[in-house]
Design a protein around this ligand. Structure first.
Ligand code: GRF
Length: 213
């Protein structure tokens, strides 16, 4: 049996689409067992259905954080999930959730953490006038984008950039980085060396390619 990934989303799900591409087919290192959204109208749910993956809406409205997280846990476990990928999931997870999947919850964030955590990271970076920004994949802890960094991808911010152009460049990097890290995670290729997460024993950073958006 392949390792089973559950993906949590709240929106469009372009990162979900990249994960579906990477984890479909017989040669894939893992399978996506379920996609869960806290928003009924998240387009990512439709992407999951189109790919033949169970798609579940679990509302967080009028529920305590822990009750919501318990529903998430039950649904993920019912689908045999071992690894959880947060792909644009706009909720902070409680310790109850993190204990259910200790060391197996991974998030993608659109900045080079620890710079620009939280909402609108791309706009924060744009407004700060940074020359290089990017995306970070990290383990999730109880804080806001504070978990241990696994890998990063850097992209330039060009002088003529609009915020939309910069967002698109970061997103293209996210789509490379996230499947790469999830494949390494489920295959047991992550380790911690001198306080840093390594993939296959080495620090991983992707560099922007000029032929990308
Ligand atoms: C991405 O920028 C991701 O880094 C952030 O939320 C966004 C989700 O985008 N956590 P999408 O739904 O995958 O297109």
């Amino acid at each position: 049996m392949k390792p089973c990934i559950g993906v949590l989303i709240s929106g469009s799900g372009t990162n979900l689409a990249a994960l579906i591409d990477a984890f479909s087919g017989d040669d894939a290192k893992a399978a996506i067992g379920v996609v869960i959204s806290n928003r009924a109208d998240a387009y990512g749910l439709q992407r999951a259905v189109a790919a033949g993956i169970p798609a579940v809406h679990i509302s967080n409205a009028k529920k305590s954080r822990v009750d919501f997280d318990r529903e998430l846990i039950a649904t993920l476990q019912a689908h045999g999930v071992e690894w959880v990928a947060l792909a644009g999931f706009m909720r902070i997870l409680s310790p109850v959730f993190l204990e259910a999947f200790t060391g197996r919850v991974i998030n993608i964030h659109p900045s080079l953490l620890p710079s620009f955590p939280g909402l609108d990271a791309q706009e924060q970076a744009f407004k700060a006038g940074v020359k290089i920004t990017g995306a970070t994949v990290h383990f999730v802890d109880a804080g806001l984008d504070t978990g241990r960094i696994i890998a990063q991808g850097a992209v330039p911010r060009f002088e003529a950039d609009t915020i939309e152009a910069l967002r698109a460049r970061i997103l293209a990097m996210e789509h490379e980085l996230f499947p790469m890290v999830m494949a390494a995670a489920v295959s047991g290729r992550l380790s911690v060396e001198a306080g840093c997460v390594a993939i296959d024993g080495a620090a991983q950073a992707l560099a922007w390619q000029p032929d990308k958006p």
